[in-house]
Design a protein around this ligand. Structure first.
Ligand SMILES: Nc1ncnc2c1ncn2[C@@H]1O[C@H](COP(=O)(O)OP(=O)(O)OP(=O)(O)O)[C@@H](O)[C@H]1O
Length: 419
């Protein structure tokens, strides 16, 4: 019995011993962590930048053009294209991990961190960058971010940035485009004035909308035969009003109701949302098929008509949402898609009138008023609404340096003889 008690006491003692050692180890661990943190805090200064913030894109762009990053032994290659998807170019950015760089002759560290979690909407991983420098050089981190911002804004200044959707998130597409001037788009009547006035009214009246509880968004539908300037006009509007363009591709394989909702409600600030050829993705026929599927309790995992309508009606972004849709086939569209509130202004862009042909001729050859008679001669041989503007432009391109040649040969474009 006594033996048993002694064994018990020994057991308790060794248990307490282990506990004490465990606690001491834990305590030492905590103290050393605390010390490291304290030392870190007193020696280093850090700034975290989340990939959802605009400054992340600025700093990554800055890093890609910073020479000292090339000394790093682990970079990531990223391919960029020009605005028409050509001329691939590789840029190198820091890969996930820690990198030391020099800025203004000082050392600093860039730690790119990839979160194990993925954004369920876009399928892209969450990322962040941590910039670290010695506390004594604290200001250089803020200077770096400001420099990065200036560099990016300079790159985009006077240009239109195009974004395309990659799943449910927006990615810059190629290099920003040179602005297309409004003068270069020739439309009938006062269409340009009407639309620009309408958009400016909208952009300047946020409070008016908010006070009345009216969703702060505006939708435009441009419809009419191909090649008459629908896309060109939208590009020129973006240039005129200093807006970017977000092209929504509804036909992407993995597009679904959730992603379209995210896209339409999280567009980059100061941008136009553009859905081209909306009839290709959604027309009356497709709606009928979907309705019959849902009557038969068949559920769609992809993008549905009601999903698109919900996204269009979703919470408007802070900046106000400008949506443009284009179609060649107005009759194919379901009424619900283009009803008031979803589409506020419908603009018919028709084939060329004589007057448009005259202006195009003048603009194409950069002629002044002394050449009005020549422009008139060209225009009087164009019948209203018979040819598209792109057909006339294509014809003029054959006589790129010779307006006289274009007039002489106009019967090749239009059978009406010159008087
Ligand atoms: N109204 C116009 N003024 C000046 N150029 C025009 C006009 N319409 C068409 N063009 C020229 O024709 C080409 C095609 O124009 P654009 O793509 O804008 O037409 P669209 O109406 O959007 O055609 P689609 O319906 O096929 O998309 C462009 O090169 C553009 O410069």
């Amino acid at each position: 019995m006594e033996l048993n008690n002694t064994a018990l006491v020994k057991g308790i003692k060794s248990g307490i011993g282990i506990l004490l050692i465990g606690s001491c180890v834990g305590l030492i661990g905590n103290v050393s962590n605390w010390l490291i943190k304290k030392l870190n805090d007193s020696f280093y200064y850090k700034i975290d930048i989340d990939s959802k913030d605009k400054s992340y894109e600025w700093v990554m762009y800055w890093l890609s053009s910073n020479d000292s990053i090339k000394g790093s032994n682990h970079l990531s290659a990223e391919t960029t294209y020009n605005s028409v998807g050509k001329n691939p170019r590789i840029i190198f950015v820091p890969s996930v991990g820690n990198h030391r760089i020099l800025y203004k002759g000082r050392s600093l560290w860039v730690n790119r961190v990839r979160d194990p979690q993925f954004d369920l909407g876009s399928g892209a991983p969450f990322e962040s960058i941590q910039l670290t420098c010695y506390k004594s050089n604290k200001n250089i981190l803020e200077d770096l971010i400001k420099d990065a911002m200036r560099l990016s804004l300079n790159r985009d200044f006077g240009k239109t940035v195009i974004y395309m959707n990659d799943g449910g998130s927006w990615q810059r597409f190629g290099n920003p485009r040179t602005i297309r001037s409004l003068d270069s788009v020739i439309l009938a009547d006062d269409l340009k004035k009407t639309v620009i006035y309408d958009i400016k009214e909208f952009l300047n009246n946020e409070v008016w909308y908010r006070n009345r509880g009216i969703p702060y968004r505006r939708g435009y539908l441009l419809y009419g035969p191909p090649g008459n300037g629908k896309s060109s006009f939208i590009t020129a509007i973006a240039g005129e009003l200093n807006l970017d363009i977000c092209i929504v591709s509804l036909s992407q394989k993995d597009m679904n109701d959730k992603k379209i909702n995210q896209l339409l409600n999280n567009a980059p600030p100061k941008s136009i949302l553009l859905i081209e050829d909306i009839d290709a993705a959604f027309n009356k026929q497709r709606k009928i098929i979907e309705e019959s599927q849902s009557n038969n309790n068949l559920h769609s995992d992809g993008l549905t008509f009601s999903g698109l309508l919900n996204a269009l009606d979703g919470v408007a972004s802070q900046e106000g949402r400008l949506l443009f849709m284009t179609t060649n086939k107005l009759d194919f569209l379901d009424e619900a898609l283009i009803r008031d509130g979803r589409v506020d202004l419908k603009l018919h862009i028709q084939n060329a009138t004589k007057q448009q042909a005259r202006q195009l001729f003048k603009h194409f050859y950069n002629l002044d008023n002394n050449s009005n008679a020549m422009c008139e001669k060209f225009a009087q041989n164009i019948q209203d609404y018979q040819l598209s503007m792109s057909q006339i432009q294509g014809f003029l391109l054959k006589y790129i340096h010779s307006p006289e040649g274009a007039i002489e040969n106009i019967n090749l474009l239009n059978p009406v003889p010159i008087n």
